[in-house]
Ligand binder design. Structure first.
Ligand code: SAM
Ligand code: SF4
Length: 371
């Protein structure tokens, strides 16, 4: 995989200290075709493949202070700020989503801790009656943030990201001076604030960090965390993804199995995206494997994604996205937004098709969609 990191000569947005660039993403998104009447159910969002949508991933920024090699190129172009939604707009989407039966909300990005109104967002969504509110963050900016207040305001879970236990590798992967200690400190802060267990995501790439799988398992035991090993997906802005770069769930299990015996754990959530395991010797910590490529879970998918610029993406790999921002900025009533979401989700594709010869990766990267 290519590693290069000169930040481009573009101007700096001093408010967040990051380059403001023209967007790489296709900004063209339209209105979904009208769905049949059976798609419009009170309090329920359904698609045309019989799935019920209960899980919203809300991206609150496309900005990030890292440039992970599997996600964002150094010269990645951000969307202009005016294109991103306002706090009120994010809250409206979450509230209307809740009225349509969305039970789980994940706040993500980009790096959500860069979002200026994160505290207000958490407090707002925390009072909307979701069963579960989580946030995914690289953890680098948590020191000094009001974690206990977030917990009291209704944030239930924290997921952190750490792709290597070796300092030099973390620096190479994130293209920053971050080290494993950055995330270890975030785990401690999170636990002290009452987030327990904490999940830690690691994207596993061949010949990059796949020699650390058993060490990752040791790390899960030592810090009593839920470790999520994620198969590398074709959502990187450098388009370096290849089928060969994917370390499959089977390979991960074999590598860990050489050091630790794992016992499968049934998930209570039928829409769970991970294969879950505990340690046979009763040690703390768990392993979850997100095998989106080798064992897709599309048939049970209950997700809807909303990008930071207000585009509804029925699937992570959608080529179509629907422009909810235009509707919001037209002063739409809640009923109109409900109708728009119902129409949008009716277009959700049956599966991502990564295994098929016709597969093409979406234009948006993971950071611009919301992981
Ligand atoms: N910046 C935050 C972070 O890294 O935790 C939240 C956003 S990030 C896009 C969400 C998750 O997506 C991270 O855990 C990251 O590892 C994962 N991710 C990003 N690009 C990916 C890719 N190409 N394949 C698999 N996972 C990816
Ligand atoms: Fe930033 Fe997260 Fe993407 Fe890394 S994975 S570049 S931390 S958005």
């Amino acid at each position: 995989m290519r590693l290069r990191y000169p930040l481009s000569e573009e101007t700096q947005d001093m408010s967040i200290g990051l380059p403001i660039l023209r967007p790489d993403v296709a900004a063209v998104a339209g209105t979904p075709p009208p769905a049949p009447d059976k798609a419009r159910r009170p309090g329920r969002l359904v698609d045309s493949h019989g799935r019920t949508i209960r899980d919203m991933r809300l991206s609150v920024t496309d900005r990030c202070n890292y440039r992970c090699v599997y996600c964002m190129d150094p010269d990645f172009r951000y969307m202009p700020k005016r294109e991103l939604l306002s706090l009120d707009e994010y809250l409206t989407i979450a509230r209307v989503g809740a009225s349509l039966g969305i039970r789980k909300l994940r706040i993500t990005g980009g790096e959500p801790t860069l979002y200026a109104f994160l505290d207000e967002l958490i407090a707002g969504v925390g009072s909307m009656g979701f069963d579960d509110i989580a946030m995914t963050t690289n953890g680098s900016l948590l020191d000094g943030m009001p974690l206990e207040q977030w917990r009291r305001d209704g944030l239930d879970r924290l997921t952190l990201s750490l792709d290597s236990l070796r300092p030099q590798r973390v620096a190479e992967i994130t293209r920053t001076s971050a080290t494993p200690q950055t995330v270890i400190a975030a785990i401690r802060l999170g636990k002290a604030a009452g987030f327990d267990p904490i999940k830690v995501n690691a994207v596993v790439m061949r010949d990059f960090n796949d020699d650390e799988l058993a060490d990752f398992a040791d790390f899960a035991r030592q810090y009593a965390i839920d470790l999520r090993l994620i198969e590398f997906m074709p959502l990187d802005s450098s388009k370096a993804w290849t089928r060969e770069s994917v370390v499959t769930a089977d390979e991960m299990l074999e590598a860990i199995g050489r050091r630790h015996e794992l016992v499968p754990v049934e998930s209570r959530d039928p829409a769970s995206t991970s294969l879950n395991f505990r340690f046979a010797d009763g040690a703390p910590g768990r392993i979850g494997i997100i095998a989106s490529v080798s064992r897709p879970f599309c048939g049970a998918c209950s997700r809807l994604r909303v990008t930071a610029d207000g585009k509804v993406r029925p699937c992570l790999f959608s080529h179509e996205e629907w422009d909810l921002r235009a509707l919001l900025r037209d002063g739409a009533a809640d009923d109109d937004i409900r109708g728009f979401l119902a129409d949008s989700m009716w277009t959700k594709q049956a599966g991502h098709g990564i295994g098929s010869a016709q597969f093409t990766a979406p234009v948006r990267t993971m950071s611009a969609i919301g992981g």
